[in-house]
Structures are given as C-alpha cells and as structure tokens.
Design a protein around this ligand. Structure first.
Ligand code: CA
Length: 416
C-alpha cells in the first residue's frame, strides 16, 4: 500500500450521471484502503494487547503466580476477543420485560429437568442444606438460571475474555483484578487453562462465578481436593450455598411471596414487618400464612393489576449475585416452582405499553430534575428508580406502586 494513494483526492459525491464508473473504481480503491488500514490497525492492536499482558506479569508475580502458570494461561491468548468487547454493549436482563424474561427462564422443560435433578441429588442437597442453611430449591434455582443446571457453563476461555475486557478497560479498572484472580485460581490448581471456561463477561462454569467470587466462596464439597465448578455438580451446588450463606441469606424466610392486596390498600406504607402486612390484610396467593418474623417491602414489577410481591432481604441477597430485578425474580420463582409452588396467580400486562431503556433514562432524568432521583442515568429499572417513582407518586397523589410506566413518564414530563 503506497502512501501516495492515501493522499489521492476523492471528489465530492456526484448524483447520477456520466462519472459513475469512475466513482465506483474510486470507491473500490477507498474500500481496499480501508481494509488495509483496518488490518494494520488490528496488528497494532494485537501488539498493544500483548504489551498489556506483559504489563500484567509483574502484578501476577507479586501475587504468587509463577512464570510457568502465567505463560500457560496466555499460551493461546495472542489477540483480544473483539466479540467479547462488542458484547459489552448489551445486557439482556435489563431490556426485556420481566414477564418475557420469566417465560424464557422458567420453561416447562427447565422445570422438568430441575425436578429430576432435585430427586437424583437429594442426598447431596441435604448435606449442603445442613452445611449452609440455604434451601435446596434456592440453590437449584440459581443453578437452573445460571447454567441450565450445568449444561451451559459457558464455552469461552476465561483468561482471554477477561484479558480482552481488562485491555479494553470495560467498566474501567473492574476486570484487571478479575484477570489476576483467574490466574490465582490456575496457580492453585483448581482447574487447567483449557478447562477454565465461561461466559463472555468472565462468569465461570456451572455457577457463573467471577474469579474474585470463586476465590472467596467456591468450595470443594466432594472432597477431591479441587474446587470444581466446571465438572462437579456437588461442588457447584455447595459453592452456591456457601456464597449465599456468606452474603447473608436468612433461612427464616423466603426471598419473597406473591401476595394479594386488600381493597383500598394504602400503598404509601410499602415497607415494614411481614406480620404487620398480614394484619393489614395482605395475603399470600398460595393461601399460606406470612412468616411471623422478618420485614419486607412491596414490589410491583408490572404495576397494579399485575403480580404483586412482598420481597424480603433475601431478594437483595439474590441481587448481589446479579443486580437485575428480573433475574432475582426468576431465581426466586424457579426455586418456588421446583419446590412445588403453583405458577404466579396474577396475569402480567403483556399487551400494555412499557418504557424501554431510553424511556427509563428519560424518567430518571425527569425525576432527578424534580429532585426525586439520585442514581445513574443508565435506563435501568431497579430499587433506586423504584423508590424515586414512589416518592414522586406519593407527592403527586398517584397510587404509589413504584412502577415506571409510560403514563408516569408523561406525568413527570408534563409537570416540568
Ligand atoms: Ca471437588
């Protein structure tokens, strides 16, 4: 590729007419040039990537990772995974309606598989329950959602994915320590680089732990000397149980309950003791009593007229695993269904208009301008937005369901 060609002037576009052929050949030359340029850029990026990896080496050494482990980990990692970097723009759980997410996450097939696993692994699950105090159904719920009970543990080499994310500085400094943690796992010999696979975002194996989570919470429950969340179902389930215990799962109550509100229920009082909710006429849809202890808050992920949940602190424990509300509901409800609970009683507003991420972002901005919202403008529904919506609704005299609907956005926008 001659440098002179780069300077060859390209005429301004001409509509139709006599010089079409010329324009086409110029276009071809320009495309060839661009391709050549992108190859050169790719090579430069690869060299840059390798320099980045070498830059990690001293940090790894300081953490006790040997040269041999380091070299083995990066043996096949010569270029960043551009697919992984491209994936950083999407996060499914935040953009789909919760009801669509639930339909996909709790399919009849998955329920059948989960029940079969529950029966087959009953003794093992009993021992894990005893060790960590987390109900088997909850561990099965996580296992089912994270990897379809171990059948989708992820196929991408973890070191390459993490190196790519750290190199691209996706989420700033977030992934560099995860890369180092992955190397530490290799150093300890829990797994080999070839078998250390997971998702594009660095979540590993049947339980989709990030390496830092693995180092703190993964356990060798089958006693073979390796914490194996890739090949061992026992280690996988026990690692989930141990993790949940350590981050505060309270065995005294569930993650939440689908409930029915009495007529004229005062939605402005949406937090409190579970027993108090019971005294105010809130009833579980499965007919069982609410627990006598513990506190909770109302969660209406589809607004009034859709399923209403009374969620406990355990719901927030699930959200430590993954911050999406839809995810947490899916894990919780799958656990319930596997334990024999019926499907949700109330229907979802599947045909109602809903806010997409751009709409949620507008709502966040509107509520911030009105002094109700202090979180990020990320277009994601979550506890902070829910709280802001409720405070706005209470002030405006609207039913305080906390639901970020198109009608609410219109109200907020009109009020400015
Ligand atoms: Ca093991």
């Amino acid at each position: 590729m001659g440098a002179g060609m780069v300077r060859k002037p390209i005429p301004p576009p001409v509509e139709g007419g006599e010089d079409r052929l010329d324009r086409r050949s110029l276009l071809t030359a320009a495309l060839a040039l661009a391709a050549c340029g992108s190859t050169r850029r790719a090579l430069a990026a690869d060299a840059d990537f390798r320099a980045f990896i070498e830059g990690v080496r001293p940090e790894a050494q300081a953490r006790g990772i040997s040269q041999a482990t380091f070299d083995a980990a990066f043996r096949d990692v010569t270029a960043p995974d551009t697919d992984v970097i491209g994936r950083t723009k999407k996060q499914g759980e935040f953009s789909r309606p919760v009801w669509e997410y639930l339909v996909g996450a709790i399919s009849p097939g998955r329920l059948d598989r989960g029940r079969a696993h529950a029966a087959r692994l009953s003794d093992t699950l009993g021992r894990i329950e005893k060790a960590y105090g987390v109900p088997r159904w909850v561990m099965l719920g996580f296992w089912g959602i994270e990897s379809d009970f171990g059948t989708s543990p992820g196929t991408l080499p973890i070191v390459r994915s993490l190196a790519s994310l750290a190199y691209a500085r996706h989420r700033g400094d977030y992934f560099r320590p995860e890369l180092l943690a992955a190397l530490e796992i290799l150093q300890r010999g829990d797994i080999t680089p070839e078998k250390m696979k997971g998702s594009w975002a660095g979540a590993m194996g049947q339980v989709q732990f990030l390496p830092s989570v693995f180092l703190k919470y993964a356990v060798d429950f089958d006693g073979d000397g390796h914490r194996d969340i890739w090949g061992s179902q026992t280690d996988s389930l026990a690692s989930i149980g141990h993790y949940l215990q350590q981050i505060g799962w309270n065995p005294a109550y569930s993650w939440g309950y689908e409930v029915r509100l009495p007529q004229d229920f005062d939605l402005t009082r949406y937090k409190g003791d579970l027993a108090e909710f019971g005294r105010r006429g809130v009833k579980r849809t499965d007919g069982k009593p609410l627990p006598a202890t513990g506190s909770g808050s109302l969660f209406l992920p589809g607004g009034l007229g859709a399923p209403v949940f009374l969620i406990t602190d355990n719901f927030e424990v699930i959200r430590v695993y993954n911050t999406s509300d839809s995810y947490a509901l899916a894990v919780g409800h799958l656990a319930d269904r596997l334990s024999g609970a019926p499907p949700l009683a109330a229907p979802w507003p599947t045909n109602a208009a809903r806010l997409d991420n751009a709409g949620l972002k507008s709502l966040q901005e509107g509520l911030a301008a009105a002094g109700f919202y202090k979180g990020d403008f990320d277009g994601r529904a979550g506890p902070k937005l829910r709280e802001a919506v409720r405070q706005y609704q209470i002030k405006a005299g609207l039913p305080a369901d906390g639901y970020a609907s198109p009608a609410l956005l219109a109200h907020v926008s009109g009020g400015r």
